[in-house]
Design a protein around this ligand. Sequence first.
Ligand code: DMJ
Length: 672
Amino acid sequence: MYPSAAAASPPRRDFISVTLSPEEGRGSGGYNNSKAWRRRSCWRKWKQLSRLQRSIILFLCPALALCGVISYSSLGEPWKSLANKSLSDQRTEAAIPGLKLANPAVLPAPQKADGHLGDYPELAPQKPPKLPHGRRGPPSLQLKPPRRNVRLKTQYDTSKAVEEPVQAEREENPERPVISWRGAVIEPDQSPEPPSGKVKEAEKPSSVEAEEQKEPVPINERQVAVIEAFRHAWRGYRAFAWGHDELKPLSKSYSEWFGLGLTLIDALDTLWILGLKEEFEEARKWVASDLVFDKNVDVNLFESTIRILGGLLSTYHLSGDSLFLEKAKDIGTRLMPAFKTPSKIPYSDVNIGRGTAHPPRWTSDSTVAEVTSIQLEFRELSRLTGDDRFQRAVEEVTRQVHSLSGKNDGLVPMFINTNSGQFTHLGVYTLGARADSYYEYLLKQWIQGGKKENELLEDYMRAIEGVKKHLLQRSQPKKLTFVGELAHGHFSAKMDHLVCFLPGTLALGAHNGLTADHMKLAEALIETCYQMYAQVETGLSPEIVHFNLHAQKGHKDVEIKPADRHNLLRPETVESLFYMYRFTGDKKYQDWGWEILQSFNKYTRVPTGGYTSINNVQNPSNPEPRDKMESFFLGETLKYLFLLFSDDIDLINLDKFVFNTEAHPLPIWVPA
Ligand code: DMJ
């Protein structure tokens, strides 16, 4: 259904074939005689020359040869790059069915009408210039920028032209924190210090201290397709929802959740990683001038931590721009009232303007996943600012949850009470909604802290054993391994799409030295998650599936209930595909991700800009668009697809970074 690039690519020719004429091949006597004759005749002529004439010729020959060598080396490069360009363009077009680089109908021409979005920029690779000493914040964690071997536009080459002014600026005023962004100069905001004091000189993430800059790896055709999808989504957001939380692409409007530009912040580091420099600069300007947290709004602690705090921290690490750290400290500080509860288990909601917090109206419970999946971000905020209040607050939660009763072989219930600090609604266990990222953050915190916090690892290992013992089953007819749910001793063959984070997390654990069994389980589960897409009419997974435990004629493994057949553009499967490809190098994972991207493009893309959630993955003729683009589509789904298609392990190196649950990479404190 979806041809793989390998199948569609023309055979590569890495050789030049020279065909000799039959005469030349055989060699005639006439040819040899004539050559010998010419040699003799030349020698005779040389002898006839005077000594002076011979000396002049002997002097001129080497001089001309030298000139030739010099001029070839300066003129040769442009010719070489011209030749490369046309070859790579051809390969791109051959590998992506229907893709014509010069054809705006497929790679739409950038929108000019609004006067902001320029043409596809030429992002030629360059090493990020070293930032001046004394600037606040860590050295830029700038990863080698992905290089385009597929040129979308060859209008101009900015790489050298822009680096020179940066250099000049630095020499003129070495103290001024000029941030270079792949050739662009970004003036840092002159905003005042955040409310609660000075952001301390950040610790240098050791992961980058000694990193030598290697040559960037060129990006490939599938990555170009992701960039194109991102730009399409961004175009819609920019035109109809700029600065608002979410795009409503069909009604060409927006919806607000917290009123904090959620999509824009969630997408900042994706813009960076994809190399979308103009868009990044424009978004940065919005953050500098319009992102204000001093607002009388209730925000959800978990959602604003993983999307806003996480997004700002990772963008700070990637760009080295202190604006993002200042904003991170501001929002982090404003979220702290959530922890003022009788038990120190945080409330779900905080008013970031008033400094008050509360649980939801109907209960004093918080969700377990929510209170245990904010640790990566707050710990990192403490490390960067030197203010340990953030870390202490979240580690108190970890400490309490670690020793609570009510677990079932490491599996946790879904709710925890903010007064008593005890689990509630005991007896129900899932790896899906309300519990999922508890498990993810056990492992990831252990990795973040340099694999020293043994209790985190113990809880993680015990939980995976619990999953194996209570929740793993195999479906019929394909015998797909899946993770079901347990309610008061009764097994349910129900699996949320959210559970598809698990293969990636298991693979990450195995990569970090945990048992190879985890990798085996990861391989089995990612196959299942893929089938949740492949067995459905649109090629897109529903929100929830039920697996068949007994073979029935004409039935597939996956059953979908009418209430569950929506797709919210979620990332978990492509996230796991990314980890699986990174750790195994098995191209089938890239091919599966490619199929999923095609399906998103076919059924969720809105022609006027943006992508939409859909209500019915089983109806290709009318998938019933929902008119909403979730911020995680840009923050996570497209980012993971881009990384999945990359062969550059240094593009967010997993021995140096750990992704938060919203796909924002944070540095590992003591890297492997
Ligand atoms: C994201 O906000 C995060 O990945 C979270 O952990 C789960 N839900 C969404 C994506 O599906």
